[in-house]
Design a protein around this ligand. Structure first.
Ligand SMILES: Cc1ncc(COP(=O)(O)O)c(C=O)c1O
Length: 306
């Protein structure tokens, strides 16, 4: 109900500083943060424009808020613009992931920023998979595309690149203050414990010192290049998230089992998590995977598709 730890407030200041926002606020998880953000800033008089491939927590937040939802075709700016033009609600929110979690492609954020300004829509970006990887300071796609200051609210989790759990929201002081006073998942749930916050803070210190994103992007680009040479589909991925598209559900399970026999535990992702006919094995590369393991994984995938 009250009180805070100084080191948590210091960490929130550090986060705001590296993201170049006025303030930030720590949440228990990315799921909590998305639910909090959307249900606080949207209500029954709001229309939320949501990329079709956005994460489940975003859909849950919209449902909880009571807002009308308009889904636009994935990363399709023409469709988004058309839908914004045809909507006459006063309160509009656009929400997108920066790196899409199942396809590993990157949102057209420059265009989304333009559209949000043109249509006076609040812009929320989920950087769960961009944070820790993209940009000079590894803060995400907003930094990579030099859009700092043009996104109203940024959400990122500590559960991906930081390897811990928890999350934060960053933005203008007024918006963060509003969250502190109105976000039910923030107010009515025990705050993230100090051990976890400490671990996330350390992880971010390491990321800031070592800036590992560039190397991960390099490795991911090489991996995709090899897949391309063997004509293996990885969809529209341009990040460390690389789907190996098999099409049918059965084939994705066959590939999962094949890789398991080679020593790799990979998950088959099938509809309804992804669109029908696009079942896949989803890889999310990281720098702890040894070079020889990565090579063996690649060779195994190639062998399966031969
Ligand atoms: C894009 C995206 N947003 C939000 C979340 C939720 O984050 P957390 O696991 O911290 O609750 C995830 C996690 O899978 C995600 O991929």
């Amino acid at each position: 109900m009250s009180g805070n730890l100084k080191f948590i407030e210091d960490f929130e200041k550090e986060l705001a500083e590296i993201l170049k926002t006025e303030r930030s606020l720590i949440f228990n998880s990315g799921w909590h943060a998305n639910i909090a953000l959307i249900s606080t800033f949207a209500d029954k008089n709001t229309t939320v424009f949501c990329d079709r491939l956005n994460h489940a927590s975003i859909y849950d937040g919209i449902k909880l808020s009571g807002a009308s939802m308009i889904r636009y075709h994935h990363n399709n700016m023409k469709d988004l613009e058309e839908k914004l033009k045809n909507d006459n609600t006063k309160k509009k929110i656009i929400i997108t992931e920066s790196v899409f979690s199942m396809d590993g492609d990157i949102s057209c954020l420059e265009d989304i920023v333009d559209l949000s300004q043109k249509h006076s829509a609040l812009l929320i970006v989920d950087e769960a998979h961009g944070f820790g990887v993209f940009g000079e300071r590894c803060t995400g796609i907003i930094e990579e595309k030099k859009l700092q200051g043009k996104v109203d609210l940024i959400m990122a989790t500590f559960g991906k690149a930081c390897g811990v759990m928890g999350s934060f929201v960053a933005g203008d002081s007024l918006l963060i203050e509003h969250l502190i006073n109105h976000a039910r998942p923030f107010i009515f749930s025990t705050a993230l414990n100090p051990f976890t916050v400490g671990a996330a803070r350390e992880a971010i210190k390491i990321i800031q010192k070592e800036r590992p994103g560039k190397r991960l992007i390099e490795i991911s680009n090489n991996f995709r290049e090899e897949l391309k040479k063997s004509k293996i589909s990885y969809g529209s991925s341009s990040s460390h998230i690389i789907p190996i598209i098999t099409g049918s559900n059965e084939r994705s399970l066959e590939l999962k089992e094949f890789l398991f026999q080679k020593g790799f535990f990979c998950q088959a992702i099938r509809p309804p998590t992804v669109l029908p006919g696009t079942a896949r094995i989803r890889l999310s590369l990281n720098l702890l995977i040894k070079e020889e393991d990565l090579k063996l994984l690649l060779d195994s995938i190639k062998e399966f598709f031969k």
